[in-house]
Design a protein around this ligand. Sequence first.
Ligand SMILES: Cc1ncc(COP(=O)(O)O)c(C=O)c1O
Length: 398
Amino acid sequence: MLRLPTAGTPYRPAEVSRAILGLFESKTVIQVFQEQLKKYLTVKNLALVNSGTTACYLLLEFFKKIRADSLRDEVILPAYTAPSLLLPIRAANLRPVLVDIDLQTFNLAIDQVSDAITSRTLAIMPVHMFGLPCEVEPLIRLTEAEDIFLFEDAASSLGTRLHGKMSGTVAPFGFYSLNRGKNISTLAGGIITWRDTHYNEIMDKLVKALSPVGFVAQKIITLKIIGLSLAVKPLFYTLLTPLIAKYKYTTLHTHFESFAYTPTQAALGKALWRSANVLTMRRIINGKILLNIFGNRADFIVPLVKPEWEVAFNQFPLIVKDLSLRAEIQRRLLAAGIETSLLYERPLHHIFPELNPTGSEPFPQATYLAEHLLLIPTHAQVRQSHLAIIQDIIDSLC
Ligand SMILES: Cc1ncc(COP(=O)(O)O)c(C=O)c1O
């Protein structure tokens, strides 16, 4: 039986050929892709870098450069999110300050943010986890008054809209990831956006200071793109599961490298973006169907999805109250060829005990989410037949 991977952007042969030809293109193709992304996101200012982590790091470095008060060195973020986010915060010599999440939205508990703000708060980073939008508007009001930078981590939510606006473009700053598990991927990559054109010069300097990628390294990137185009296809994925497993992130990242985005990735992105709306729509529709399957059942908590949101689910998150039921769902779905994931099984303050010196449980909702989460794939290769299998399994178990 064919296995469906948990995540992955399917590439067409024509798109892979573009990436190969991109090896021989100049940096202009990056500018062309940037213009395409600006239109897609409806933003004026944007830059491409090698990863979402670098995008986050450069934004933090930028905030440091223009902060009014050099004593401000704290960054507020949710207690349940990607552990790798601590790397750019620490690399910028800043201190993470955690806030609990909300079990209704699965995102930052907005009403608890003001308690975490101090005279040392430099920035607040709401994260749109799993593609689910975090309501940023109330934070805009809070930060404007306090002279604090607000930047959205939209790494997993490319294509999600809240109140008609793209996630990542509501606050004055934002960033996205184009890494391989993300909503649309160019193997790796990061997008930085900022609203105020006055900042262009400083941002340009920060981005231009990144080392360019040499021809040999670009060739390796192109080979990886070819490999990825095969690996996400259920046939190859099934045949090569043990080999592909080696390339999955299973351990915590301990460092990151920053360098420039490459023409080969931009050439791929440029071709891929023609299907961006279709790829996004599939995530939105699959997410809605999963919401119907899992919603209104006592065994699960599904996230709130407001009618005015369009949620491009990166994966569909749900809380399974009973852990033995969660294990059984995972087992049955896998037997039917559908892989699921538990993502980060611990919140940040458990992974990094130094963030919780008292040893008590300061962020219980984040811990509960981490320990009960199950993620169902929503990407463009999830078909009606997969969703029907999921429905049958859940009907038989619950
Ligand atoms: C929420 C979130 N932010 C940031 C990142 C970092 O992005 P990248 O992998 O492109 O460095 C990730 C990646 O897993 C993420 O999930």
